[in-house]
Design a protein around this ligand. Structure first.
Ligand code: PLP
Length: 392
């Protein structure tokens, strides 16, 4: 009997090591990793520069506590703020913790404005994490079963509909909007052009915080450093995690303007958050992205893969939509697609299915044209066969 909780339904495969976009299992079989641990291994596996930086930091010191100044943390905050246009950073260890901190900022902001029950607008299809407040902000009803009572005061509107947000301006308790620029777990849902700019204006008009969850879209994944930069929008709060550490757990909350002054001494914290190892890893990821031009690589390879998917699958009955932005790519089918994950695994390809019927690709930002073509060469025939064999 396994002594692990039964909360994951893991596939029956064990990896021994990786290199770049490749992983090998303990039997020696090779896999093309088009999922990157769900947008985490942004530099691929065993990236020499990241391996070296982590090893050298481990040899210096791993941890010391936020009771002391941590230069690695200050440097990372500087770099993230320079890249994003934000002003201050708080570091934590995961996405859900980053959103939890963002929700706490919203509450502080609300109370500072004299609001009794600060209320945050969130969207249908949203995923913000698994701690209680992040779960409350998440849309998926199944994920919440049994965990009630959840923190209250989240108002849900359709994703991509700025009118629905504007209509809530009559609610005097609203103090913030929390939204993903592109929904990840919800199925790589891309909002209409101008959505973030419209949200920015509504928030400005009402004194609300615009809080963008860039945990999946951030750190070059969308082809820009942050997805909000496609629309030239500066949020008040931005949350990051996943790809930021390239596989080392690190999350961040960036804030600008009033939001950056809300946390005072003792108001928030984390034992591990921003520790020297995590910050060194994240700094190395940022430097490697900058040094190797991986933002433009993500944009170019994303476009190349999107075009390839459209050419090879676009006309198949059963394919509802093919969409993407940078290296966030999706093939939406007209039927439950979960079995494809296992068939792909057998064919030596790591992919994932989200929202039930959406095949999702989140390959490393380092992917080359040849590797991108190999992903398509392995994936497209599988989807073709699947659609012929599996009933709609
Ligand atoms: C993955 C994800 C989270 C949760 O991050 P964890 O590190 O798993 O807690 C939150 N928001 C978005 C958009 C995500 O993709």
């Amino acid at each position: 009997m396994s002594h692990l909780f039964k909360n994951y339904q893991s596939l029956d495969v064990t990896f021994s090591h990786g290199e770049g976009v490749w992983l090998w299992d303990t039997e020696g079989k090779q896999y093309l990793d088009a999922l990157g641990g769900i947008a985490v291994t942004s530099l691929g596996h065993a990236h020499p520069r990241l391996v070296k930086a982590v090893a050298e930091q481990a040899a210096r010191y791993l941890h010391c506590s936020n009771i002391y100044r941590i230069p690695e943390q200050e440097k990372l905050a500087d770099r993230l703020c320079r890249l994003s246009g934000m002003e201050r950073a708080f570091f934590c260890n995961s996405g859900t913790e980053a959103n939890e901190a963002a929700i706490k900022l919203a509450r502080l902001h609300g109370h500072a404005k004299g609001i009794d029950v600060p209320t945050v607008i969130v969207t249908e299809g949203a995923f913000h994490g698994r701690t209680l407040a992040a779960l409350a902000a998440t849309a998926n009803a199944k994920a919440k079963v049994g965990f009630e009572p959840l923190p209250e005061r989240f108002l849900r509107v359709p994703f991509g509909d700025s009118e629905a947000v504007a209509e809530l301006a009559s609610d005097s308790q609203v103090c913030a909007v929390l939204v993903e620029p592109i929904q990840g777990e919800g199925g790589i849902n891309i909002p209409p052009a101008g959505y973030l700019q419209q949200l920015r204006k509504i928030c400005d008009d009402n004194g609300w915080l615009l809080m963008l969850d860039e945990i999946q879209t951030g750190v070059a994944r969308s082809g820009r450093w942050f997805a909000c930069q496609h629309e030239d929008v500066l949020p008040d709060v931005m949350t990051l995690a996943k790809g930021l550490g390239g596989g080392v757990p690190v999350g961040a909350v960036l804030a600008s303007g009033v939001a950056s002054e809300l946390f005072g001494p003792g108001s928030h914290g984390s034992t591990f958050g921003g520790n020297p190892l995590a910050c060194t890893a994240a700094m190395t990821v940022l430097e490697s992205i900058e040094g190797a031009g991986l933002c433009s690589n993500a944009a170019a390879m994303g476009e190349h893969m999107l075009n390839g998917l459209k050419t090879q699958l676009g006309d198949l009955p059963g394919v509802v939509d093919i969409r993407g932005c940078g290296l966030l790519l999706a093939v939406e089918l007209d039927r439950a697609a979960a079995p494809l994950v296992k068939t792909a695994l057998e064919a030596g390809l790591l992919i994932n299915v989200t929202a039930g019927n959406v095949v999702r690709l989140l390959p490393p930002l380092t992917i080359t044209r040849e590797e991108a073509d190999e992903v398509l060469a392995r994936l497209c025939p599988l989807i073709n066969t699947f659609l012929q064999e599996e009933a709609a």
